[in-house]
Design a protein around this ligand. Structure first.
Ligand code: NAI
Ligand code: PYR
Ligand code: MG
Length: 370
């Protein structure tokens, strides 16, 4: 198969979808790999690293899309890419369709086969291609939260861990999955006073067992959220219903109950966000203030630490790229339950229920696989 890797053009997105090591594995199996010139620069790979591994370099994004049967990316296509995508393409990348009708409609119109990293799902319901980036974003959420709690950044002016004789900051994490767990570990390690809320009691039992003593667990419901947000310093949104739009758990009217300078980091923003006043921001301009509350809502947080994120992501995606390239997408999707869960759009039909529900579109349980 011919696999093509365009350079990411989303704001401050420095990850790349394939490393030279990945190219070598694909070329060894008889595939042809095209990589757009400078696509790897942000992650520390130069064009010569790719050619040495057997890739061919394309001069621009148009050529990258033109050459490939399967396009492997990191982030969802942006407007400039829509018309480069055709019904002949298999697109393998993060899409987060439920958060964007525009993107969903564009990909329906282009009739491409869209397999979304974030909904590839194992039988035990884990999400192997979301996990590594959630690990990164969960850890970063605390790092970024700590930074924006500083007074010059419009935060309350409180140090997460406190100092001897002064109490530490309070951190509330809503959603105790991968992002929430990693955030809790980081915040606890810095000495903060941490609460994790989740709607899944089994998950809370597990977290209560493994977390240090400065992490407490609490059931997630409106009453508890309203009660706890009053005196928190940092609140991290980390819920997920796979494929679907995130539920709004903190509404605009709740902001007046928070203390000024409280920082909200809505990691779930890529699925629309779980805080009503959150809208996607970029690494260039990551925060804004509503009612004195700092909102941080960057939808591609791992893009800022590409040296870590590209390796973590491609460690997970490469086996699936090899499978899709080796068997062809139809056979791979038919034979592998995890990849069939990843199929979101197929030649203009919506095959992911979360996406269909988000926009009231017809849901094709069995899309045309021809
Ligand atoms: N902004 C960014 O750059 C990034 C965003 N993400 C996003 O972060 C979000 C979380 O991802 P993961 O932790 O991997 O998901 P996960 O599936 O591991 O965890 C989600 C948790 O939310 C819980 N949950 C669902 N509804 C809830 C509710 N009403 N109240 C409390 N908890 C609830 C679930 O029980 C589960 O434990 C996703 O939207 C993901 O796409 C992930 C990586 C990067
Ligand atoms: C998961 C995701 O959206 C990201 O890594 O950017
Ligand atoms: Mg994202």
């Amino acid at each position: 198969m011919i696999i093509s890797v365009p350079k990411e053009i989303k704001n401050n997105e420095n990850r790349v979808a394939i490393t030279p090591a990945g190219v070598k594995e694909l070329v060894k199996r008889g595939h042809e790999v095209y990589v757009q010139s400078t696509a790897g620069h942000g992650s520390g790979f130069i064009d010569d690293d790719y050619t040495a591994a057997g890739a061919k370099i394309t001069p621009d994004i148009e050529a990258a899309y033109k050459m490939g049967e399967m396009i492997v990316k990191v982030k969802e296509p942006v407007f400039r890419e829509y018309n480069l995508i055709t019904s002949g393409h298999v697109m393998f990348t993060y899409f987060h369709f439920a958060s964007s009708l525009e993107l969903t409609q564009a990909m329906i119109n282009q009739k491409a086969v869209c397999i979304a990293y974030e909904t590839v799902e194992h039988e035990d319901r884990s999400l192997p291609l979301l996990v590594p980036m959630s690990e990164v974003a969960g850890r970063m959420a605390v790092q970024e939260g700590a930074k924006y709690l500083e007074k010059p950044m419009m935060g309350k002016g409180i140090l997460l861990g406190g100092v001897p004789g002064v109490l530490p900051a309070k951190v509330l994490i809503i959603g105790g999955g991968v992002v929430g767990t990693e955030a809790a570990k980081m915040a606890a390690g810095l000495g903060a006073d941490v609460i994790i809320m989740d709607s899944n009691l089994k998950r809370l039992r597990y977290l209560a067992d493994i977390m240090p003593a400065n992490v407490k667990t609490m059931a997630s419901n409106e009453y508890n959220i309203r009660k706890m947000i009053r005196d928190q310093d940092l609140i991290i949104g980390a819920v997920l219903i796979p494929g679907a739009k995130a539920p709004k758990l903190i509404t605009k009217d709740m902001l007046k109950d928070m203390q000024r300078g409280t920082v909200l980091v809505d990691v779930a923003i890529d699925q629309g966000g779980c805080i009503e006043t959150c809208r996607p921001t970029t690494h260039e301009d990551p925060t804004y203030i509503v009612d004195g509350i700092v909102h941080y809502c960057v939808a591609n947080m791992p893009g800022a630490v590409p040296y870590t994120s590209t390796l973590a992501l491609t460690n997970a995606t490469l086996p699936y790229i090899i499978e899709l390239a080796g068997s062809g997408w139809k056979t791979a999707v038919a034979q592998h339950m995890e990849l069939s869960k990843g199929l979101n759009l197929c030649k203009g039909q919506v095959s992911c229920s979360g996406v269909a529900d988000a926009f009231n579109l017809p849901h094709h349980v069995k899309p045309q696989l021809q």
